[in-house]
Design a protein around this ligand. Structure first.
Ligand SMILES: *Cc1c(COP(=O)(O)O)cnc(C)c1O
Length: 375
C-alpha cells in the first residue's frame, strides 16, 4: 500500500461487530474480563484503549515502525522517550530545536546535554561522550529550517552505541521516514500536521525495535500521559487527509517563499525547499509589530501544521525559554518571523503578507499569478 492509501485507511476495519468505517470512539475506562485470568486484550484504558490503539497502529505503519504510542501532547511523548536515559547519561541535541524541548531537557529533567549544529557531522562527533545515550535531532530545525543528513547521523549514533531520536513533526512521514534512514525512535507533536486542524493537542512516539517499544509502553502506562479516545479519533481523522494537505502546504510554501525572497522588506528567507514551514528576517525590527498587527488572513498565533496559515514571532513565543544571548547567536533574532503556510488559496496568503509588510490596510494586487507557478 502506498502512503496516501495507508493514510486514508487509518483506523478502518477495526470493528467486526458493526463494520463501522469510521473508528468508534471507545469512552470506556475499563473492560469486563471474560473469566478469571482472561482478558479481551483490554483491561484499563491507561494501558490500552481501542481508539488509541487504532491510532497507534496507524502511526507505526506510517513511520515503518514496530510500535506506536499516542500521548496527551508532543512534550509528553518526548518526556517518555527521555526516560530511556539514566541519571548518568548524556544527550546530544540540535541547537535550534523546539523551545519546549530545550525547557524539558535543561530546566525540568536536568539531563546533561550538549547542543550542536546537527547538520555538521564533525560537530556531532565532537560532542559525543562515552556516556552519550542518545542524539535528539530535528530536521528541518525550528525555526531556521536547516536540514540534517539523518542516515549519516544514524551511522554516527550506531557507532557510538547511542539511540537516534528524530522529532519528525515538521516533515511528517509524508516527506521523511526517519526509521527507514536508521533512526531508532520518531517523535511527533501530532498537534501539528498529523492532526492538522488546530483542534487537538497530541503527541506520538514510533519505535523500530520491539524491546524499546515495550520499555516505552511500560513508561507510558506507569506515568500515564496517554491520549484520550476523543482526541485519538481527531488525530486519525486528520491523518486521512495528510497527503493532500502536505501537497498543498508545500506548493503554497514554495510560492510564499518565492514572494518573500524578492520582497524589499525581507532580508532573508529560510525555506528548505520542502514542507510547509518557512521563516524570514524582515529588514527592520519595527516591521515585526506592524506585520503582526496588519495580517488579516494569516493568524498571529503559535503552533503550526494546521490548515490555517499561522505567523509566529519565535523570539517571544516558541523559543522564549532560550536565553537571549543564545537565541541571538543561533539567529533567532527580533527580526525573525515564522510562517506555517496553510492550505488557503496562496494568492490570498501572499496578498495578505504584501499588505502587512507594506503597512497598507487594503489587500493589494497579486504579485504571483497562479498560472506563472502552478501547484
Ligand atoms: C509543538 C512541537 C513540540 C511540542 O508538542 P506539543 O504537542 O505542543 O506538546 C515538539 N516538537 C516540535 C518540533 C514542535 O513543533
Amino acid at each position: 500500500m502506498k502512503l496516501a492509501t495507508a493514510l486514508v485507511h487509518a483506523g478502518t476495519r477495526r470493528d467486526p461487530t458493526t463494520g463501522a468505517v469510521a473508528v468508534p470512539i471507545y469512552h470506556s475506562a475499563t473492560y469486563q474480563h471474560p473469566a478469571l485470568g482472561q482478558s479481551t486484550g483490554y483491561d484499563y484504558s491507561r494501558t490500552k484503549n481501542p481508539t488509541r490503539a487504532a491510532l497507534e497502529d496507524a502511526l507505526a505503519g506510517l513511520e515503518g515502525g514496530s510500535r506506536g504510542l499516542a500521548f496527551s501532547s508532543g512534550m509528553a511523548a518526548l518526556h517518555c522517550a527521555l526516560q530511556l536515559l539514566g541519571p548518568e547519561d548524556h544527550l546530544v541535541l540540535t541547537e535550534d530545536l523546539y523551545g519546549g524541548t530545550f525547557r524539558l531537557v535543561d530546566k525540568l529533567l536536568h539531563i546533561p546535554h550538549t547542543f550542536v549544529d546537527t547538520t555538521r557531522l564533525d560537530a556531532v562527533r565532537a560532542a559525543l561522550r562515552p556516556n552519550t545515550k542518545a542524539l535528539l535531532v530535528e530536521s528541518p530545525t525550528n525555526p531556521l529550517m536547516k536540514t540534517a543528513d539523518l542516515s549519516a547521523l544514524a551511522d554516527v549514533a550506531r557507532k557510538a552505541g547511542a539511540l537516534l531520536i528524530v522529532d519528525n513533526t515538521f516533515n511528517t512521514p509524508f516527506l521523511q521516514r526517519p526509521l527507514e534512514l536508521g533512526a531508532d525512535i520518531v517523535v511527533h507533536s501530532a498537534t501539528k500536521y498529523l492532526a492538522g486542524h488546530n483542534d487537538v493537542v497530541a503527541g506520538a512516539l514510533v519505535v523500530k525495535d520491539a524491546a524499546v517499544g515495550e520499555r516505552l509502553a511500560f513508561v507510558q502506562n506507569g506515568i500515564g500521559a496517554i491520549l484520550g479516545p476523543q482526541d485519538s479519533y481527531l488525530v486519525i481523522r486528520g491523518l486521512k487527509t495528510l497527503a493532500l494537505r502536505m501537497e498543498r502546504h508545500q506548493s503554497n510554501a514554495r510560492e510564499v517563499a518565492a514572494f518573500l525572497s524578492s520582497h524589499p522588506q525581507v532580508e532573508r528567507v529560510y525555506y528548505p525547499g520542502t514542507g510547509g514551514m518557512l521563516s524570514f528576517d524582515v529588514t527592520d525590527a519595527a516591521l515585526v509589530p506592524q506585520v503582526l498587527a496588519a495580517v488579516r488572513i494569516c493568524l498571529f498565533a503559535e503552533s503550526l501544521g494546521g490548515v490555517e496559515t499561522l505567523i509566529t514571532f519565535p523570539a517571544t513565543q516558541t523559543h522564549a525559554d532560550i536565553p537571549v544571548a543564545r537565541r541571538e547567536q543561533l539567529g533567532i533574532t527580533d527580526r525573525l518571523l515564522r510562517l506555517s503556510v496553510g492550505i488557503e488559496d496562496c494568492h490570498d496568503i501572499i496578498s495578505d503578507l504584501a499588505q502587512a509588510l507594506e503597512g497598507r490596510s487594503q489587500p493589494v494586487e497579486l504579485r504571483h499569478p497562479t498560472a506563472a507557478h502552478g501547484s
